[in-house]
Design a protein around this ligand. Structure first.
Ligand SMILES: Cc1cc2nc3c(=O)[nH]c(=O)nc-3n(C[C@H](O)[C@H](O)[C@H](O)COP(=O)(O)OP(=O)(O)OC[C@H]3O[C@@H](n4cnc5c(N)ncnc54)[C@H](O)[C@@H]3O)c2cc1C
Length: 547
């Protein structure tokens, strides 16, 4: 039943000032709603966040734009003159023994890996209904490569080692990547670009309207939401950590999926409907961490000077370095794990003026967990913190060209490791993923996206956030933006409010509606229609990590 607009502007609370919450606030304030954002942290941005390391600004969370075509993040990057880099193809492999593979070998492994990933997407798309829930992407790839190159061949082993890099895309080991719902990892068409000057200006642009027109309450953690039993019920009540209670007509919860998993039983009255609760349990939540190491100079580029205009580093070392699981690492913990492989990006390859003598390591699984626990007692940049990170990272970076233990330029000047998995407001992790055991992943997402109808039924509770995004943008900033936008428009519609908007945004909103509508078709139909609009943007060329 439509909730009757009684001549008073609706009061809407948004829990969380990440990209989804900020976007919701923008749309709703433009529609005339009175919006309050409760944000637990003392800053906005959520998983879009910058820190300083070694005199350079770096992204602790999101760093890539996945698929530039029709992507609002690309538009925002352009509008804000954010510097982006479309990385060149190619990467170098350091194998399990610490040996650097030739350019040709590295290239062949890369090409075979991504070709098989494309096949895996197609297979998952076409056969999702019949694929066993326990079959992993790793099972699929191993079978393909064993059939092609022989189960015991060195080539098959290399490729299996290579495939563990998948963990750095989703924040969870490849052995746990569901093949059945692998197609949900597909993303928008276009290039994957690295946001070289960081997401800072994009975040400011996204936040500006909310900061100007909404009541943004930083440092206000929401503990409990009492939503309406039925459309006829009274106000929705939001209780904060300090015990204060506030009343609203509608509440949009953008807390991360990991937060919902841990808090859904205590945070909502009445309890969430069983199917919504199980959807929250079913979808996986990854744990990706990033380690930045800054040196006096980018020794891995060699000693010759860059080009005169500084646009091209003079080096044979490509931007991407893939360290397979290191048998040579002295830390005994590395021997107990298959997730000590590292995907490394050389930030010395970024375009001027953003280039910096920094290596960015992406890690996942128990390697990241081990390191974050080890560092927990120490404050960032303290002596023991730096010492622990150097002991961890040196066995890797010492394998790079031109390394010399006695050279000053090879001794790091600064380290920074993220710790999303210890952060309660990030839900103790990074973003949603699709793990083995998942039986109805697409339906689970749809149930979360619709909040099991609670909002549309007039009960005043709506979920938004990257985990509720259109399939092609799950886990990304783009998805967070679209989810916030979608929910805000639905809320506005309930009250008959008109969103005062720019034409290009109207077109964008229509496109998202279209994408989401297409998701209702069978997976096969989707492949015929929507997927032609979509590519494996997140993974194309092995260049886009995270999100
Ligand atoms: C390491 C890492 C790398 C990533 N890389 C990429 C990438 O390259 N490209 C990409 O597109 N995406 C990437 N992502 C994902 C991207 O950052 C997220 O999808 C996106 O930022 C999520 O936005 P959101 O609004 O859904 O959630 P969030 O940004 O998490 O916002 C939710 C907000 O809610 C707040 N909150 C939580 N609990 C409460 C509470 N109880 N009360 C009040 N407030 C609360 C949080 O503090 C937070 O500000 C990455 C994420 C991580 C962690």
């Amino acid at each position: 039943m439509e909730r009757v607009y009684d001549g008073r502007l609706p009061k809407v609370a948004i829990v969380g000032a990440g990209v989804s919450g900020l976007r919701s606030a923008d749309i709703l304030t433009r529609a005339g709603a009175q919006v309050t954002i409760f944000e637990a942290r003392d800053r906005i941005g959520g998983r879009v966040h910058q820190v300083e390391n070694g005199g350079h600004l770096v992204d602790a969370g999101s760093n890539w734009i996945h698929g530039t075509r029709g992507n609002p993040m690309s538009r925002l990057a352009e509008k804000t003159r954010t510097v982006i880099m479309e990385p060149e193809e190619g990467s170098v492999v350091i194998d399990v023994t610490g040996k650097k593979r030739t350019e040709k070998e590295s290239g062949e492994l890369d090409a075979e890996f991504w070709d098989t990933i494309v096949e895996a997407f197609k297979y998952s798309d076409e056969n999702s209904a019949t694929i066993d829930v326990e079959t992993s992407l790793f099972d699929y790839l191993s079978e393909v490569w064993s059939g092609k190159f022989g189960g015991d061949s060195g080539r098959t082993q290399d490729l299996k080692d290579d495939s563990r890099m998948w963990g750095q895309f989703v924040g969870s080991p490849i052995e746990r990547q569901s093949l059945k719902f692998f197609f949900l990892e597909e993303c928008l068409e276009g290039e994957n670009v690295f946001v070289a000057s960081t997401y800072q200006k994009i975040l400011h642009k996204v936040a500006r309207p909310a900061l100007m027109k909404a009541n943004v309450r930083l440092g206000h953690e929401v503990k409990h939401i009492q939503y309406r039993q039925s459309a006829e019920g009274s106000a929705v009540k939001v209780r904060l950590a300090d015990g204060a209670e506030h009343e609203f007509d509608e509440v949009i919860v953008t807390c991360p999926l990991g937060w919902l998993k841990r808090n859904k039983s205590s945070a909502f009255t009445p309890p969430l409907p069983p199917r919504l609760s199980s959807a929250i349990d079913n979808i996986g939540y990854g744990a990706l961490e990033k380690l930045y190491i800054t040196f006096p100079q980018p020794f891995w580029l060699g000693t010759s000077s860059p080009s005169a205009d500084n646009s091209q580093p003079s080096t044979d070392t490509p931007c991407f370095i893939r360290f397979y699981n290191p048998q040579y690492h002295p830390d005994p913990a590395s021997k107990l794990s298959t997730t000590w492989n590292q995907s490394v990006v050389s930030l010395a390859h970024l375009p001027p003026p953003t280039a910096q003598p920094t290596l960015l390591f992406y890690m996942h699984g128990d390697c990241g967990t081990y390191l974050t626990r080890l560092l927990a007692p120490h404050s960032p940049h303290s002596k023991p913190y730096n010492h622990l990170l150097q002991s961890f990272a040196e066995p890797f970076y010492s394998r790079l060209p031109n390394y010399s233990p006695t050279s000053k330029i090879c001794i790091p000047t600064s380290f920074y490791l993220t710790s999303w998995q210890t952060d309660p407001f990030a839900g103790h992790g990074s973003y949603c993923c699709f793990q083995t055991g998942l039986a109805e992943g697409d339906k689970d997402i749809e149930i979360m996206r619709s909040t099991a109808g609670l909002g549309d039924n007039g009960q005043g509770l709506w979920l938004a956030g990257e985990h509720t995004a259109p399939f092609v943008a799950l886990g990304t900033t783009t998805g967070a933006w679209w989810s916030g936008e979608g929910v805000a428009r639905r809320v506005a519609r309930r009250y008959g409010l008109v969103v005062d908007e720019e034409e290009e945004e109207m077109e964008e909103a229509e496109k998202v509606d279209e994408i989401v509508e297409n998701e209702g078709e069978s997976v096969g139909d989707r492949l015929e229609g929507e997927v032609s609009e979509v590519s494996i943007g997140k993974s194309m060329n092995g260049t886009a990590l995270g999100g």
